[in-house]
Design a protein around this ligand. Sequence first.
Ligand code: DGL
Length: 277
Amino acid sequence: MRSLRKQPVGVFDSGVGGLTVLRELHKHLPQESIIYFADTDRLPYGHRSGEEITQFVREILHWMGNQGAKMVIMACNTSSALALETVRKEFDFPILGIIFPGALAAVQYGRRIGVISTLATANSNAYLNAIKEIDKSVEVYQVGCPEFVPIIESNRIYEPESREIVAGYLEPLLKKQIDTLIYGCTHYPHLEPVIQEIIPEQIRLIDPAKYLRTSAEKELELLGLSNLSKDSLGKTKFYASGCPATFATASRQWLGYLPRVEKVQLTPVSVALEPIE
Ligand code: DGL
């Protein structure tokens, strides 16, 4: 049997947001092979219910398991906020979420932390709870920004109207005089050039993708799953539930090349699988 160490790491998001996590993995864990899945057919996740998201995530994890993933990284805050706890009990491979690593990093720097995220993540209070669990005395201000993902997915980032929209969502956080801002959605680091123009320089920006990568690296080592062939580069394969060409085109500017994308039809998993004891 092929060694588990050589098996791929699964990474998923609703769309191009998870590429901010992929970028970190490519930079720091280049020997790992990766399967990237974008659920573009059901994008955006941010306005969906917890049940819907949990069901989507279940289907993705089921498929990832069939692809031989040795670990799955949720490169999606919305999924991590709403489904992680439930699905972790249902699969026998490690599943990593992005919220806790992001919260932990922010608390190292901030006392007044702003979080921008999808509405579903904001309503779940996942960041608020994670931060308060680490340090009760920190103030947390959350803003759901439902217009950001459509702007990013349709590549309207640099349009003047988009700048106005971004400024509008950041305004309440600036009024609260935050010292730290968490990108609580993996799509949002793509907006960084615009955000940096709007917020004062002294506000520290936290991209949880960077800290998720560190936890993934540690977890792979701890579980004896790291690919040890440091001198060979891992392969990345891209899959999407929606139109492959649309996802390839949207990804190009973040990847620096036009990826080959295969379409995947996920199989509905109608009932929760038996919890793993
Ligand atoms: N990029 C995802 C997140 O981190 C999902 C965004 C969406 O589909 O609404 O939450």
